[in-house]
Design a protein around this ligand. Structure first.
Ligand SMILES: Cc1ncc(COP(=O)(O)O)c(C=O)c1O
Length: 440
């Protein structure tokens, strides 16, 4: 069984020393080539141990530009934004505004529709608390998938319980996923009723790697029903435009798109702004106290409060710049090709069973997420053996709420990104083959 080290993108030339790479000119050939040694060298942690990182759906590796942005904030002109008038502070305020504008352009929104949050979980809870709490009436309904990530399940349960404690009952209506792991559109259509106020969906499912756009519902449902997309897994992996999704709300997780943890983005479409109430009133939230009481300010500050995660937001700006330089279409194409290579390899391994996802699709699709099981050995044990050999994958139930996760959701999940190479995928397949042969 071959272990993971050493890593060479092409299989011939060794990767450059970490730190020797610069971002290069935007659009330079080296940057545009996913899987190349030059591109991999932008991610110093990859060359530290020679391990094969196949867990990008948990969090992505960080490019030098992001590491430098975090370091620069802490080591020079450290200030707060939106407050002081001296150049360090006003310069930083302009930088934060620029990241907001870049983020808006990146997702197809306007800057006042983009709020900075602590992550996707924080963003979904913000939708529940700043929109749901004040807009949902007795008997209103939210459609959701119990097989989504807990961060797109628990906030709605928490909202229902909070409203119930004030004597208001809302209904959480679960919809099914189909055999490909996609939201079952017919089931959703059947369950939409006069009291449906919100449909929430994973844009890209974190275990099944299936894409959901809800486009089949367009024109068929009351346009006042709010659509909420969890773009934690699609952001930074394929071009995502909230305007094309017709989203009212969308959340992004910066640490899954090359950024640093504790930062995220909540998109709130303008038509929803009058329905929003602050959920973090305090300094920097635009809220003012007048004789008549608290007055909410304008978006996007309406849903923000306190000191931002400033290095995190600057890192997000650097992450988006890096993604733009590589090109989202190239990222998407590389992940699709890696998915196909992995599926082709694992299909030849006796006993491997795929969870819903691209393995069952009628065409060659894939977004860099594949989950599977090996009968005769638990996914935890497979993960342990793989990690001993230098292959880092996620195993378990993947944050799908326990009571809703069928036993087969307990699986090995492989997730890739632009730094993943075909050679890594081949060596991974070889190891899984050996493990499967030993247990069957
Ligand atoms: C689909 C999905 N939604 C939400 C989250 C939570 O994201 P964050 O860590 O930014 O709160 C994750 C993280 O694993 C995820 O995969």
């Amino acid at each position: 069984m071959r272990s993971a080290a050493p890593v060479s993108a092409s299989g011939s030339s060794p990767a450059p020393e970490p730190g020797s790479a610069t971002l290069g000119e935007p659009g330079s050939a080296a940057l545009r080539e996913p899987g190349s040694a030059a591109l991999r060298a932008m991610f110093p942690a990859l060359s530290e141990t020679g391990a094969v990182y196949l867990d990008s759906a948990s969090t992505t590796q960080k490019p030098l530009a992001v590491i430098e942005a975090v370091h620069r904030y802490h080591s020079a002109r450290t200030a707060n934004s939106g407050r002081g008038t001296y150049p360090w502070a006003s310069g930083l305020t302009r930088e934060i505004d620029a990241v907001r504008a870049r983020t808006a352009a990146f997702i197809g929104a306007e800057p006042d529709e983009v709020c900075f949050t602590g992550g996707a979980t924080a963003g979904l809870n913000a939708v529940a608390l700043s929109w749901g709490l004040t807009n949902l009436r007795e008997g209103d309904e939210i459609l959701f998938s119990p097989r989504d990530h807990a961060s797109n399940v628990y906030p709605w349960h928490h909202l229902a319980r909070t409203l119930a404690s004030f004597g208001r009952t809302i209904r959480l209506v679960p919809y099914r996923l189909n055999g490909l792991g996609e939201a079952d559109i017919d089931d959703i259509a059947d369950k939409i009723g006069p009291r449906t106020r919100l449909i929430t969906v994973a844009h890209l499912h974190h275990v099944f790697g299936a894409l959901n756009t809800l486009e089949e519902l367009r024109g068929r449902i009351d346009p006042d029903i709010a659509l909420c997309f969890d773009c934690s897994q699609s952001g930074g992996h394929l071009p995502v435009r909230v305007d094309e999704l017709d989203a009212d709300f969308a959340v992004f997780s910066a640490h899954k798109m090359f950024g640093s943890p504790g930062t995220g983005v909540l998109y709130c479409r303008r038509r929803r702004h009058p329905e929003l109430t602050p959920f973090l009133p305090g300094g920097n939230s635009g809220v003012t106290l007048r004789e008549s009481g608290l007055h909410a300010g304008e978006m996007p500050h309406l849903l923000e409060g306190g000191t931002h995660n400033l290095p995190g937001i600057l890192a997000l700006g650097a992450a988006l710049r890096t993604l733009e330089q590589i090109g989202l279409d190239a990222v998407h194409a590389h992940n699709r090709a890696l998915t196909q290579r992995l599926l082709a390899g694992l299909r030849g391994v006796r006993g491997v069973e795929f969870l819903p996802g691209p393995a069952h699709a009628p065409c060659e699709t894939g977004y860099g997420i594949v989950s599977f099981t090996v009968p005769g050995i638990s996914s935890t044990d497979v993960g342990f053996v793989l990690s001993e050999l230098g292959f880092l994958v996620r195993t378990g139930a993947h944050c799908v709420p326990a009571e809703d996760a069928p036993a087969d959701e307990n699986s090995v999940r492989v997730s890739t990104h632009v730094y993943t190479t075909f050679d890594e995928i081949d060596r991974f397949t070889e190891c899984v083959t050996t493990i499967a042969e030993e247990v069957t």
